[in-house]
Design a protein around this ligand. Structure first.
Ligand code: FMN
Length: 388
């Protein structure tokens, strides 16, 4: 029975080839940041208020003029075609069917136009990586504008990829050179192999200007060799602004001073994130970085947060600390690994249901009723790591 995100995680582990599960689950170096995200959320305790009218619970909110059914969205997940060749479309449709936003990764395995068509009424945002060849970003922004994406999310925490040791051990790099152990494990996953035989290995089709260009081996090789633009600085936002006049968000910010800087550069929203622990292993847990950022800019722009959220009560904790909403990455992918689009939908429903129940138990009928006084002041969000 899949009753919670942890159940979905365990089932996903069974369903997926080991190297695919490790790609999704893995984080940088010792994976302490990923664990800290979850542990520090768990360490926070809520203090319910009682005898409030909770006969109707309203979890909806409005962001950039659009209604969301709950303060929950699907974070960008690159290369999710490894989990299922239709992965990008599944996640987009699952979110749309629940009235929740979905952020498409630059590193998606389906072209952004096709993902938009798969869920034309959904709330879809486009995530942007800026590579040293800035022409790639320019054409992505133009295409996202033409395809009617509702916001642009610039990810800023990947000047270089975090060192993900699971991937190194599995020989998972591009081009793919699986180790013998990885090959042996693949033999235990015939359904996955059949899908690859049918659709081919996923590739970065989104990065090239046209479907035809994306298909050429030469272009793929050039794209795979891409490097992030380490000259991207605050002043570069003017260049992005000149290409995109819709809502612009920055994802991957953890420092309150940077939050203030972002607003000075005309950013419309922030996603406090440490990339699910996949980048700097020593990075602060997002739930600990959130309060200072929300304090500084939360009254002026929406402040979202991701990394480690696994329960509806985790969402309530973030809201109590000033977040407007929470995004999830891995949980949606676990859902997809268990049941495709329906699985991802089930995960989003589960988290929404848990949030609604948490609000009822807290005595909070609307999102704005969730407040700092619902957090136990003695909560100590410190994480004790013990080697296993
Ligand atoms: C497999 C995987 C791929 C990811 N790819 C991207 C990406 O392409 N762009 C991006 O901005 N973030 C990417 N992220 C980070 C997520 O958007 C999000 O910040 C993170 O997953 C949140 O943590 P959670 O998985 O604990 O919910 C990826 C995360 C995972 C797990």
């Amino acid at each position: 029975m899949l009753l919670n995100i942890e159940d979905f995680r365990r089932q996903a582990r069974k369903n997926l080839p080991r190297f695919v599960f490790d790609y999704v689950e893995g984080a940088a170096e010792d994976e302490r940041c990923r664990d800290r995200n979850g542990a520090n959320l768990q360490a926070l305790q809520l203090v319910p208020t009682c005898l409030r009218d909770t006969s109707t619970i309203d979890t909806s909110l409005t962001v950039f003029g659009q209604r969301w059914n709950a303060p929950l969205g699907v974070a960008p997940v690159g290369f999710c075609g490894l989990v299922h060749p239709q992965g990008d479309k599944f996640l987009a449709r699952a979110a749309a069917s629940r009235g929740l936003p979905f952020v498409l990764s630059t590193a998606s395995n389906t072209r952004l136009e096709a993902v938009r068509e798969a869920a034309p009424k959904g709330l879809q945002w486009m995530q942007l990586y800026v590579m040293s060849d800035r022409a790639i970003a320019e054409q992505l922004i133009r295409r996202a504008r033409e395809a009617n994406y509702g916001a642009l999310v610039l990810t800023v925490d990947v000047p270089v990829s975090g060192y993900r040791e699971r991937d190194v051990r599995n020989g998972f790099k591009l081009p793919f050179r699986p180790t013998l152990r990885t090959l042996a494990n693949l033999a235990c996953h015939p359904a996955w192999l059949l899908r690859v035989a049918r659709y081919g290995m996923p590739s970065f089709v989104n990065l090239a200007e046209s479907q035809e260009a994306a298909a050429s081996a030469q272009v793929q090789a050039a794209l795979l060799a891409r490097a992030m633009d380490r000259r991207l600085v605050w002043e570069s936002l003017a260049w992005i602004r000149s290409l995109w006049d819709g809502p612009l968000l920055i994802k991957g910010l953890l420092h309150a001073d940077d939050a203030a800087r972002a607003l000075n550069h005309g950013v419309d929203g922030l996603i406090v994130s440490n990339h699910g622990g996949r980048q700097l292993d020593a990075a602060v847990a997002t739930i600990d970085a959130l309060p200072a950022i929300a304090d500084k800019v939360g009254a002026r722009v929406p402040v979202f947060v991701d990394s480690g959220f696994r329960r509806g009560s985790d969402i309530a904790k973030a809201l109590a600390l000033g977040a407007s909403a929470v995004f999830v990455g891995r949980p949606a992918v676990y859902g997809m690994a268990c049941g495709g689009e329906a699985g991802a939908r089930a995960v989003l429903q589960l988290l929404s249901d848990e949030l609604e129940r948490t609000m009822t138990l807290l005595g909070a009928a609307t999102l704005s009723d969730i407040a700092p006084h619902h957090l136990f002041a003695g909560s100590t969000p410190s994480f004790a790591w013990s080697p296993t």
